[in-house]
Design a protein around this ligand. Sequence first.
Ligand code: ADP
Ligand code: MG
Length: 474
Amino acid sequence: MAAAWQDVVRDAAAVREAAAAAVDAALLAGVLMRTGEQPHASDVVNYAPFTLLPSAVPRALFEQAYAVQQDFNLLVDAISQNKEFLEQTLASTIKVDDFTARLFRIHMQVLEEGLAQTVFLGINRSDYMFDCGLDGTAALRQIEINTIAASFGGLTSRTADVHRLVLKVLGKTEEASRLLPNNPAKGLALGIAKAWELYGSQRAVVMFLVEDVQRNIFDQRCVENELWNRNIRVVRKRFRDVFEQGSLDASRRLFVDGQEVAVVYYREGYVPQVYDQQNWEARLLLERSRAVKCPDIATQLAGTKKVQQELSQPGTLEKLLPGCPEAVARIRATFAGLYSLDQGEEGDRIAATAIADPERFVLKPQREGGGNNLYGEELREVLKKIKDSPERTSYILMDKIKPQPALNYLLRAHSPLQVSECISELGIFGVYVRQGRELVLNQAAGHLLRTKAIEHADGGVAAGVAVLDTPYLV
Ligand code: ADP
Ligand code: MG
């Protein structure tokens, strides 16, 4: 991938001037985060980290990622409705992974009782890297699909304006005009609003289920404010609030603090650490309720790494999306090599291969949120230790994607301005709403580009590793 800004990255004076303008533009545009020191305060905030320069992204791969998003929406929706598939696919995992097992038990429990709602709202983000082949050409490779609490759709709706200004400060007015508009906040709100409308009560609210510590509140507020613009009332509650103030009436309508809830939009609930006994009870209450869940627990399970690995097996996509060969082909074209570590010969073989050559692979447990995967020497050591134990099946192996690095500056509060070799990850937001058997909405809702220095193998923006970026199509 050609470095688009070769001429400016080495011009120290120009970079300093642009960086100062960029930071102020980010603050003005609302590209904000609460600080690590005062994570509960909105009166001391700072800009969310971002790149000084937009990063080059091959146009063809960008378009490919958009073109496959509706297919991925269909696929996730199909998996969530396929009890047998989830049961079979997760069978080995839930034997050894307690968190997945608990989610799965709730899934079974609500199915047994019978679902109280026929409207389903999915908001996901499919993430990709650009794998650089030996001949230098790049290919789109899916890293994962996030089916719960996919974040940064709000803040990224505001970053293109910042990068447009930066390019102008650097004398690149023509290039600035080519940055694409991008508004996932609006797209996500459209989906939530549609689900709210189908729920069918003017009085009912949309409930954002939020963390105890909400450093990324402004990202959520972007979506929230889009709902207020549509005169839809939004409340923010934690699992603890639901446990203390939540109840179901005889027809399983959900009330929290006296307000009927039409839609629960989870921005929390994807890591085991948040669940104590009371929070598990709150989760179960929400899942049993008539409120539209975004996502419902089956859709959360559809986003596990184990499901992702199973999807790459020959014939699986065809079974899940019968009669859709084109969608299947588009989806499959984005897959990297994925390998099961289930007990058996095949698992033994790939484990041995990875121990011999760990640089080729990433070892992934069933966790979300960044910082959980293993690479290199650490991968080798862990795999050596667990290769003969059932614990091995709580992981999957994936081919490591190797993108071509490019130079950029990562702007972070209280950090020196220095050039870094960087790689980027592109996310496409998907939104869909199903009522009964009918898909009433199915869209790509915008994109997110995150960029990190190459010395970090893992970790997103919230983890303090990646920063927000804007694609510059080349
Ligand atoms: P999480 O659910 O924790 O976000 P991901 O699968 O998205 O897990 O991995 C986290 C990060 O690790 C990614 O954002 C990416 O930077 C890196 N990563 C994951 N899979 C690969 C891969 N196959 N090749 C290279 N880097 C990867
Ligand atoms: Mg991820």
